[in-house]
Design a protein around this ligand. Sequence first.
Ligand code: UDP
Length: 236
Amino acid sequence: MPALKRILLKLSGEALMGDDAFGINRATIVRMVQEIREVTELGIEVAVVIGGGNIFRGVAGGSVGMDRATADYMGMLATVMNSLALADTMRQEGITARVMSAIGIEQVVEPYVRPKALQYLEEGKVVVFAAGTGNPFFTTDTAAALRGAEIGAEIVLKATKVDGVYTADPKKDPTATRYSRITFDEAITRNLQVLDATAFALCRDQKLPIRVFSILKPGSLKRVVMGEDEGTLVHV
Ligand code: UDP
């Protein structure tokens, strides 16, 4: 029996990039969707927030020198593109998905309406939240915390390239060890980066646990929802 009923999965834009330098890697997005299908088949309700860093970020790369708010709107549009790609791949893989955008773009995807999102989830559809929070100066981590709290998800699952939260950066420090679980307060005291500060504060206030785990390990999403010791659990 799965340990969870409703989850908010945060995928970074990079999660779709695979080994490419940019954009969406076909084999990678298909694998990602197959991981999602495995958990929907367990009867778990899945909402997804996808980032845009594989296409555009408001704070780096092509946006340098741009007006920040304008660049951030471009970043949000990048998340809409990823959401469309993700939902279409889900369609091809036999999953019913709905994309809901935090910014008005009705000819392309429907707007975010909370009761409708809840209805879709209850119907077993996967809901992909596009355009982050809809506001510049925020990130899709914050959108994940916000939507997770709004839909009553039991947990925010942050899929990254690192398999959890470490005592130090494992790429720089070979002695770094992974926390299996850690409290919000300990993570603050030890100055550990779990989500960005706004997202972290929101989860902490709402007592919404976060699990950071690796998307690179096949089957990890399923193991996470089955309650196995995968990645790092950040809890109250
Ligand atoms: N963004 C924003 N507001 C939001 C979410 C995202 O302005 O609520 C913009 C911001 O420019 C960000 C970009 O969209 O750099 C892509 O999102 P993010 O960096 O979170 O993507 P990820 O790193 O997860 O791929």
